[in-house]
Design a protein around this ligand. Sequence first.
Ligand SMILES: *[C@@H]1O[C@H](CO)[C@@H](O)[C@H](O)[C@H]1NC(C)=O
Ligand SMILES: *[C@@H]1O[C@H](CO)[C@@H](O)[C@H](O)[C@H]1NC(C)=O
Length: 358
Amino acid sequence: MHWKALALSLALAAQDAHAAPANGLMARQFAQAAMMRFQCSQLVFDRIDPLVQPGIAPSTHMHQIVGGNSFNVTMESIKYDPATKATCTTCDYAEDFSNYWTANLYFKARNGTFKRVPQMVNLGLSGKEGVTVYYIPPYDGKSKVTAFPKGFRMLVGDAGLRSKEGQQKQLCHRCFSNKKQDPFGGAPCTGDDTYDLPKKMCGGGIRTTITFPTCWNGKDLDSPNHKEHVTYPTSGSFESGGPCPASHPVKLPQLMYEVMWDTTGFNDKNLWPTDGSQPFVYSMGDGSGYGQHGDYLFGWKDGVLQKALDARCSGNNCKTIKTQSSSVSTACSKGQAVKEPVDGWLAELPGGTTVTYS
Ligand SMILES: *[C@@H]1O[C@H](CO)[C@@H](O)[C@H](O)[C@H]1NC(C)=O
Ligand SMILES: *[C@@H]1O[C@H](CO)[C@@H](O)[C@H](O)[C@H]1NC(C)=O
């Protein structure tokens, strides 16, 4: 399916999900929904986290990181500007040196060893593993949003969570029955999507969706828990055009990650746990899936993201800003700061983290 059809069904499903009036005008506006949707291929798998554990190597758990190659153990806001420090990026948009990172997923075998679950590139995109990044402007097709400023960073989700209670909005999993992702289904976190990891075998792999808050307090580039400077609309949702609260009046684009886990190589019931549970665990030792989280460290070249949002850039190829081919973006990489094996059977999760399920 062409990505525009995907975007359309996503927008329409968002409309359903939030019970927006289904009048003709609104449907037409949704149909024109423009959203930047692009590939950022794998930069490195590394046990560092410059947002939550700056200066600490190794940090507590393994991440998969995409974006600019200036990613490092310490990246002080403003002072360490990826747009000037990085020399390349793994993203389709050549002037996006931001870093996007998430936990990664492992298969836990019956004998207690672990193997990293590879990632697939999303429909309509090309590259190598990584993350599909979305910057979504308001669905009305015209209102303006403010691009993240230089030095901005944020975190959504909580690596320590093992139950639904306390979870932020719109972090979920979709279990695809086949590799064509057919039927595509509705917006993230609707239909059969689950907040925890799917309990059954998924013939087309598992998609993780991580959606960030869209209202900013307009002054802090970060906050002690990396969350309080941003929040959600007071009523409705970003999708339905809900207003931002007075404490966080600045409307941001909706940043969303999709990670496509290719679990299909492990779809053999002789390999799955005999007690009927599912065998996948996140790198922080999370066997539930509730602990999935996403980190964002802004690093676009000055003014480029605002220009792209104002021009209502769509997909991964917008004439207003510079793009690069996947042969160029996948050539961008960096070495691990914490050198340790990523692939093959591992006797324990990186860092020796114990797996917990609740
Ligand atoms: C990361 O930081 C270390 C220590 O400050 C430095 O030696 C190294 O060159 C940096 N790596 C990158 C890719 O900037
Ligand atoms: C553990 O199980 C996996 C999957 O069945 C197998 O490939 C691997 O060789 C086993 N490792 C050991 C040390 O037995």
